[in-house]
Structures are given as structure tokens and as C-alpha cells.
Design a protein around this ligand. Structure first.
Ligand code: NAD
Ligand code: ZN
Length: 376
């Protein structure tokens, strides 16, 4: 191919600073270095974590950056030492790597690979090194992926090869939101058949958690959101009950406790708000209730009274649904192709990369589930 071995100039949406609209720029994408893969991104979802960095986290050293971490694409070229991938392979970049060798990769209990970028630059939400420049400046790669760019470069430990028949403009959602919510229910909470669950926050992550609870055989799934427009969609994924905290004067944990004779068996927080995290925990039944933090925030401490845990509740969390990416993502792609998990139902909007700021506004205003941006 004409681009192999050369720096590529292409379009990307650059976040020059926090709280400002993204700007479509021409950026330079370096050749892949040792063990790296250069990927032509075909499509990407927009996830709340992109908005978190731009509007909430706003870490001063985290800009300029190319956001986006829920993409799918095709390998354009590979660097020295890459044997597992070839140009033309369909792939999903992973924001959590799977080196296969570290203590964490060797354990079946976790997906927290130690070789990933996240171990040394957590606050900034990007690795220190980047293969992007724009106007002579270094531009960071958000979560090591940066899918709001027509090309990106990712280490081979953070790429999943997927079925060549998979439609990239749909399976991109498995790069973050859907694996995150689904896995949080199935892998982390380990929802049991016949159980009662509550899911707080009905964006793509929460709806995927609802789908996970349903596929695990939960008999009752209570969908909680302040935005009642979300309830219709939650029904599609298997929710059975709908609660808007604004309709109640008493604490939501009390409402759920009354609805369920003492609390739910499993709850999942998919908002990213420490107050909701507390409510989700306290909505669980004592003795065995399990509450999973899925929503992302690093700005405040979480708190509860010790008795909540002393009484036998378990409080845990889940990154990327507990999936080891290289193993789990291709399986989830297969599950979609076999019609065992839904993806199309999450996509409410499609637009070109140039409309990225519209897609951000839609999410900010609660008007979408997922927008898929096309980069072709
Ligand atoms: P989203 O913005 O589409 O959905 C959030 C939903 O929460 C909205 O429907 C909103 O109305 C609802 N909400 C807001 N405040 C609420 C409240 N007080 N009570 C109940 N509902 C409330 O976001 P998303 O893309 O689905 O992401 C959800 C969260 O998951 C974000 O915090 C995101 O950063 C996080 N996330 C975490 C991981 C992970 O690996 N743990 C991965 C992806 C996303
Ligand atoms: Zn995400």
C-alpha cells in the first residue's frame, strides 16, 4: 500500500483544551514502531468517558488530545516484531491491554494487565508517548486508542482481531460501552438466574448491563434513570420495572427496598456519580447483595456507613466489564453475529466525524444512546 512505511496525514478531531469544542484538523500519524500496529479507523462510538475527560476530569496535562476509544478498523501496516496481525485484518483497539504474561493476565480473576499505559498515567488518561502530531505539537492518544482519528497507532497487546465478516460500524460498540455494561453484570456481579437486579443510569453502559442481567436469567430488572425517555429502550433490553428518582421524595434505596422486600440481589452503577454509587450499594439486600461500580469518576471519594458492608453487602467495581480484551472482544463479536447479544438497538444516531461536536451535545443533553461516527 502507498502509505506503508510513511507518516500518514489524515483527519482527526483534536481537543486542544478542556471545555471547548473539538476541532477537525489534519494530523500526522507516525509509522508503527516495534510491536505496534497502525489502524485505519472505520467507525467509532462516542462514550461518556470521552465527555468526562473533556468536561469533568479536565486534567491540565491531558490536552491536546484526540479522544475516542470505542472504535473498529482495519490494519494498515505493522511495525517490527508484530506476527499476530497483518494488513487487512479487522480489529478493535483496546483501552486495557492483554499482554498475556504479567501476573494479572495470568490470573483468570482480572483484566488489569500491568503492561498497559494506565499503570503510569492514570490521571491524564493518556500514555505519555504518542504517535500523533498536529501543527508541530505533540497530541496525546486518549486511553491509548484515539479513535476520533482516521488512523491511529496501538501496541499489539492492546488490539483484538475480530471476525472478518463483522460490520465495523456496529461492532465498534464492543470496544467499550457494550462490553463494559454486559461484562459488569455477567463477569463481575455474576448475576444469578432468578435474581432481582437494579441498574442505575441507562446510557449504553447501563442498557448493556440490563442486557447482561437479562441474559444471566435475572427475573426482575429495575431500571433507574432521571431521564424517563430512557425507559422505553430499557424495556427492549429486558428491564421489567422503571424508577425515576425524581418521582419519589424518599431516598431511592428505600424505594427499591420497599419494591423488593428488603433490597435487590445485584445493583450496577452506570452513571459515574459517587452519590448514586452509595445509593446503588444501599439498595442491595443485606447478607448477600453485590453492588458494582461501573460509572467512571475520579474526582470525589465514595462513602457509606460501615454497617452497610458489615451486614454482608459486597462493594466492587468493573473496568471494561472484566473482559480480557484479546480473548473477550472477539467472543462478543461472535455473540453479536450469532444474534446472542444486541448491538444495533444501542445506535440512535450516525454521522460523519465532522459532526463530532453534535454527537457530544446529543449525549450531554440525554438525546442519544450511542452515536456512531463514520471516519471514511
Ligand atoms: P450516558 O451519559 O449515555 O448515560 C448516563 C445515564 O445516567 C443517562 O441516561 C443519565 O440520564 C443517567 N443519570 C444521570 N444522573 C443520574 C442519577 N442521579 N440517577 C440515575 N441516572 C442518572 O453514559 P454512558 O456512555 O452510558 O457511560 C456511563 C458511565 O460509565 C460513565 O460514567 C462512563 O464514564 C462510564 N464508563 C465506565 C467504563 C468502565 O470501564 N468502568 C467504561 C465506559 C464507560
Ligand atoms: Zn467508554
Amino acid at each position: 500500500m502507498a502509505t506503508v512505511g510513511k507518516v500518514i496525514k489524515c483527519k482527526a478531531a483534536v481537543a486542544w483544551e478542556a471545555n471547548k469544542p473539538l476541532v477537525i484538523e489534519e494530523i500526522e500519524v507516525d509509522v508503527p514502531h516495534a510491536n505496534e500496529i497502525r489502524i485505519k479507523i472505520i467507525a467509532t462510538g462516542v462514550c461518556h468517558t470521552d465527555l468526562y475527560h473533556l468536561f469533568e476530569g479536565k486534567h491540565k496535562d491531558g490536552f491536546p488530545v484526540v479522544l475516542g476509544h470505542e472504535g473498529a478498523g482495519i490494519v494498515e501496516s505493522v511495525g517490527p516484531g508484530v506476527t499476530e496481525f497483518q494488513p487487512g485484518d479487522k480489529v478493535i483497539p483496546l483501552f486495557i491491554s492483554q499482554c498475556g504474561e504479567c501476573r494479572f493476565c495470568q490470573s483468570p480473576k482480572t483484566n488489569q494487565c500491568v503492561k498497559g499505559w494506565a499503570n503510569d498515567s492514570h490521571d491524564v488518561m493518556s500514555p505519555k508517548e504518542t504517535r500523533f502530531t498536529c501543527k508541530g505539537q505533540k497530541v496525546l492518544q486518549f486511553l491509548g486508542t484515539s479513535t476520533f482519528s482516521q488512523y491511529t497507532v496501538v501496541n499489539q497487546i492492546a488490539v483484538a482481531k475480530i471476525d472478518p465478516s463483522a460490520p465495523l460500524d456496529t461492532v465498534c460498540l464492543l470496544g467499550c460501552g457494550v462490553c463494559t455494561g454486559f461484562g459488569a453484570a455477567v463477569n463481575t456481579a455474576k448475576v444469578e438466574p432468578g435474581s432481582t437486579c437494579a441498574v442505575f443510569g441507562l446510557g449504553a453502559v447501563g442498557l448493556a448491563a440490563v442486557m447482561g442481567c437479562h441474559s444471566a436469567g435475572a427475573k426482575r430488572i429495575i431500571a433507574v434513570d432521571l431521564n424517563p425517555d430512557k425507559f422505553e429502550k430499557a424495556k427492549v433490553f429486558g428491564a421489567t420495572d422503571f424508577v425515576n428518582p425524581n418521582d419519589h421524595s424518599e431516598p431511592i434505596s428505600q424505594v427499591l427496598s420497599e419494591m423488593t422486600n428488603g433490597g435487590v440481589d445485584f445493583s450496577l452503577e452506570c452513571v459515574g456519580n459517587v452519590g448514586v454509587m452509595r445509593n446503588a450499594l444501599e439498595s442491595c439486600v443485606k447478607g448477600w447483595g453485590v453492588s458494582v461500580l461501573v460509572g467512571w469518576t475520579d474526582l470525589h471519594d465514595v462513602a457509606t456507613r460501615p454497617i452497610q458492608l458489615i451486614a454482608g453487602r459486597t462493594w466492587t467495581g468493573s473496568l471494561f466489564g472484566g473482559f480480557k480484551g484479546k480473548d473477550g472482544v472477539p467472543k462478543m463479536v461472535k455473540a453479536y453475529l450469532d444474534k446472542k447479544v444486541k448491538l444495533d438497538e444501542f445506535i440512535t444516531h450516525r454521522m460523519p466525524l465532522e459532526s463530532v461536536n453534535d454527537s457530544i451535545d446529543l449525549m450531554k443533553n440525554g438525546k442519544c444512546i450511542r452515536t456512531v461516527l463514520s471516519l471514511e
